[in-house]
Design a protein around this ligand. Structure first.
Ligand code: PHB
Length: 370
């Protein structure tokens, strides 16, 4: 996304990607795009397939106490969300870059970073058994939570904030029609469940599980009985289908500050991770790319460094709002082992409060302005 936005400002870049094109285009991640993400993709000329295949949703549903509580996102905020899988976004971005002749080096391993404190940083990488070096003006680490970029920053120069959760999500892809017209976030005695969608033929569902759970020990029958137990009831029945993908997702909150060191900048999961409950991960990464593209184009067109200097502070303001939102959604909806009856009742009261006063949740869910 950043390479694409930079190219539109006539700034050259090279993308070093550790995996193959086929791998990144097949990796299953979340699928909720905030309004701001959709608008940015559309303005940047990347919105054609998104407009055709993305599903616009105007609300989400909470399920607890055996009832449904609809949050009317559009009535509350004037905005909507679009369901469009993250790997579909990646397909569009890769195609746009390659069509424009923009270099992407796939299957390339970053080896080392050099001279980050100078105006002429460099990066060494290995591709198809050959080592090479790129001399450049800036390096942006968009290489994810365990990527090399953040680790190139001296330990004393970064401050890390993190929190682990004692559960994960068991995620499945199912060949079935949607069970409901909107996403369902369910809080149940047995634990959290989320009913999402990918297309009219493919559904995405999750349920809270032990983070060490092995997907192989879950048969289709066992998965359906767990999901029905948490979501189905007298007023609603989940539609089953063939499960063709399953896996366990770990949950973590993480922020590294500041989001730069000299001429190395961090974007997306390289600097921050959120638990998936608020569907914010991809949207935060896109917001970082937008801020960096603006800061870099101002640097090249007007010789101004101020937006580069304030990038970390501006990005982190949004990141911490999303951290809070994702933590809050997670703690409100999940079952925590060993908590007191008082805490269970309090959790229910909190859901009742949100159902009665949903504006704050709706504003954060559709996304803060870029
Ligand atoms: C998804 O469809 O994968 C999804 C939707 C909403 C979330 C997380 C994941 O909060």
């Amino acid at each position: 996304m950043l390479a694409h936005l930079l190219a539109r400002a006539s700034i050259d870049s090279i993308v070093i990607e550790s995996r193959t094109r086929a791998e990144i285009e097949a990796t299953i991640r979340a699928g909720v795009l905030e309004q701001g993400t959709v608008d940015l993709m559309t303005e940047a000329g990347l919105g054609e397939r998104l407009a055709r295949e993305g599903q616009v949703h105007h609300g989400i549903r909470f399920r607890f106490n055996e009832g449904f509580h609809r949050i009317d996102l559009s009535a509350l905020t004037g905005k909507s969300i679009t369901i469009y899988a993250q790997h579909e976004v990646l397909k569009d971005l890769v195609k746009a870059r390659l069509d424009a002749g923009g270099p992407i080096y796939f299957s390339a391993q970053t080896l080392s970073f050099h001279d980050l404190e100078t105006d002429t940083p460099a990066l060494r990488f290995l591709q198809h058994g050959k080592e090479a070096e790129i001399a450049c003006d800036f390096i942006v680490g968009c290489d994810g939570a365990s990527g090399a970029a953040r680790h190139a920053i001296p330990v004393g120069a970064l401050r890390v904030f993190e929190r682990d959760y004692p559960f994960g999500w068991f995620g499945i892809l199912v060949a079935a029609p949607p069970s409901a017209p909107e996403l369902i976030y369910a809080s149940h005695e047995r634990g959290f469940a989320l009913i999402s969608t990918r297309s009219p033929e493919v559904q995405r569902m999750y349920f809270q599980c032990d983070p060490e759970e092995s997907p192989d020990s879950w048969s289709e029958d066992r998965i359906w009985s767990e999901l029905h137990g948490r979501v189905s009831g007298a007023d609603f029945r989940l539609v089953e289908g063939k499960i063709f993908q399953k896996g366990v997702i770990r949950m973590r909150s993480f922020v590294a500050e500041p989001m730069h060191y000299g001429r190395l900048f961090l974007a997306g999961d390289a600097a921050h991770i959120v638990p998936p409950t608020g569907a914010k991960g991809l949207n935060l990464a896109i917001a970082d790319a937008f801020l960096l593209s603006r800061a870099l184009s101002t640097f090249y067109s007007a010789g101004r460094r101020d937006l580069l200097d304030s990038y970390s502070e501006m990005a982190l303001a949004r990141v911490w709002r999303a951290q809070h939102f994702s933590w809050w959604m997670t703690s409100m909806l999940h079952r925590f082992e060993g908590v007191s009856d008082f805490d269970r009742r309090r959790q229910h009261a909190e859901l009742e409060m949100v159902a009665a006063s949903p504006t704050m949740l709706a504003e954060n869910y559709v996304g803060l302005p870029f």
